[in-house]
Design a protein around this ligand. Structure first.
Ligand SMILES: Cc1ncc(COP(=O)(O)O)c(C=O)c1O
Length: 540
């Protein structure tokens, strides 16, 4: 029997020995013991069951977002692992890894985690993740993926139909950043194609490339500006379009910006509208933006990384009206579709736009095989995870309405929190949302703007260092603000109130004490008894 097959190497159950070897169980351990094959299948099953049991026990026991260990403590734990020492066996390695990683990970399912765009994940998706990780399909060529390619393509078709891009195409990506980059690459290639349909080259290409502009609001995701840099556009390629008071793109300002771009001898390569801005969670007026893009024959990219979940919302789908007029769309399944990282897609209205970025290699997808269904023709990646399987399984498990109900739940929760804070004497709402963020400042009467500014990073830091709650900070209209991103449909208003109580406690402690002066020197978690760290690491 393989060494990996021996019970007890990664044992958590009480029936089995707890001992985990700290020295190699057998220094002659070979690939046949370690790699997942037919011969090691039962060892694989035992190993993964134990990991799953351990993680499940941790999920059940978690009572705060993370351990609150300081960076100094964590660095020491990480550095203590000798990566050059002989192997300690699969069981020992997984045990050690769980003690390090799982013990100090940030748990997005905890009700007091409300910082970034991270969601609790759907169990069917996690099951599918186990399947795809073990089988290890690469969705690049058909001969490496067969049915997986067909399933991904079916899911892409499902997504384009939901958007209304009925003849569209697309591909799964690693995230919204890659989806935005891919869309803007295709837009750049379209802009750099001559009237004869031939890709410009040489001086003509370089001359025009320097004059390409992307029009987006300041609230668009930073990956838009980063894409401009990666795509070799000019330093000033991203033109900021003004917004209304709620932070949504102002169509009149867009019309002006399009006209000004042309007057300046530049070319609007793309307009990027955001369906769910990262901070305010607002949706740009897509239909009016689309009208302007149509009138000027400008590529419209809709970044629905956050708002994509509205596609299945039973009550809020109307917020996306006009998205069907986009030329490309980003949808992040690992945000509002409750999928494990990573799962995103970029969708195109016209399959020919996707072909603009195709590349052919003799060994993989030669031109003469172009009729074959090779997803590598559509992707910026070559080897690529079969992330679509997770979304597929989730859809089959709970259906689109089941996902939509969860999207509605987080949006309803955000609305309830907004209503709750409307007259709050200490926490002042800064703006509204179309989705599920809450942006506010701690500023009761008597606290100056400058003090409220300073409290934002301090409160966030105190909460994070305590491990008890995690909230985010951002800047709105030039002023620092605290932010909750609510993406857990099981969280209640009372759960959020508890987080907000910790925010108030932290602010009271900071204002009462000297700690505001000491922000650079962590930890500052002891400013209030409610925020003292109680765990030393292991949340079990
Ligand atoms: C609007 C928007 N677009 C794009 C992204 C980038 O997505 P990812 O982190 O999946 O790359 C984000 C991330 O928060 C986002 O909010």
């Amino acid at each position: 029997m393989s060494k990996l097959g021996e019970p007890g190497l990664f044992t958590l159950s009480s029936e089995e020995p707890e001992d985990v070897p700290t020295t190699p169980p057998d220094t002659t351990l070979t690939s046949t013991d370690t790699l997942l094959t037919g011969a090691t299948a039962s060892a694989y099953a035992r190993t993964v069951h134990r990991v799953v049991d351990d993680v499940a026990a941790r999920f059940a026991a978690v009572d705060q977002p993370w351990s609150g260990a300081s960076r100094v403590e964590l660095t020491a734990l990480v550095d203590a692992v000798d990566l050059d020492s002989p192997g300690i066996g699969t069981g020992g390695a997984l045990r050690e890894t769980a003690d390090l990683y799982a013990t100090h990970a940030v748990w997005f399912h905890d009700p007091a985690y409300a910082a970034h765009l991270n969601c609790p994940v759907a169990i069917p998706a996690v099951g599918a993740e186990a399947m795809l990780a073990a089988i290890n399909t690469s969705v690049d060529t058909y001969d490496q993926s067969t049915v997986a390619t067909l399933m991904e393509r079916r899911l892409i078709a499902w997504t384009t139909e939901r958007i209304g891009l009925t003849a569209g195409d697309g591909v799964f990506t690693s995230g919204g950043t890659q989806s935005n980059l891919h869309a803007l690459l295709a837009a750049r290639e379209r802009a750099l194609t001559g009237p004869d349909g031939v890709r410009l080259t040489g001086a003509a290409r370089h001359g025009l490339q320097g004059r390409l502009r992307i029009l987006a609001t300041a609230a668009s995701h930073f990956s838009v500006a980063k894409s401009a840099m990666i795509l070799g556009l000019a330093d000033d390629a991203v033109t900021s379009v003004a917004t209304d008071a709620a932070g949504r793109m102002d169509p009149a300002a867009l019309a002006d910006a399009l006209a000004a771009t042309e007057r300046a001898g530049a070319v609007a390569m793309a307009v990027v509208a955001t369906a769910g801005t990262t901070d305010r969670g607002t949706v740009d007026p897509l239909a009016r933006v689309a009208e302007l893009c149509d009138a000027t024959d400008t590529w419209l990219h809709v970044d629905a990384a956050y708002g994509g979940g509205l596609l299945v919302s039973p009550t809020r789908r109307r917020l996306l009206a006009g998205i069907e007029r986009a030329r490309s769309v980003t949808v992040d399944f690992h945000k509002t579709f409750f999928q494990p990282v990573s799962a995103s897609a970029v969708l195109f209205r016209d399959a020919a736009d996707l072909a603009r970025t195709a590349w052919h290699a003799d060994y993989l997808n030669p031109v003469e095989d172009a009729a074959e269904v090779n997803q590598v023709d559509r992707s910026l990646q070559t080897t690529r995870r079969f992330d679509a399987l997770k979304m597929w399984t989730t859809l089959r498990a709970i259906g689109p309405d089941g996902i939509g109900a969860m999207v509605d739940a987080v949006c309803d929760l955000a609305a309830a929190v907004h209503a709750d804070l409307a007259d709050d004497a200490e926490l002042r709402l800064v703006c509204g949302t179309d989705l599920s963020t809450v942006i506010f400042r701690y500023q009761p009467d008597g606290v100056t703007d400058a003090e409220a500014d300073a409290l934002v990073p301090a409160v966030r830091r105190v909460l994070f260092d305590s491990g008890r709650a995690s909230v985010a900070k951002t800047v709105i209209d030039g002023r620092p603000c605290l932010k909750l991103t609510l993406l857990n449909p099981d969280v209640t208003l009372d759960d959020v109130r508890r987080v907000l109580t910790l925010v108030r406690d932290a602010a009271h402690g900071l204002l009462a004490g000297r700690e505001l002066a000491d922000l650079a020197a962590p930890p500052c978690r002891d400013v209030h008894p409610h925020l003292a760290r109680t765990t030393t690491g292991d949340p079990r």
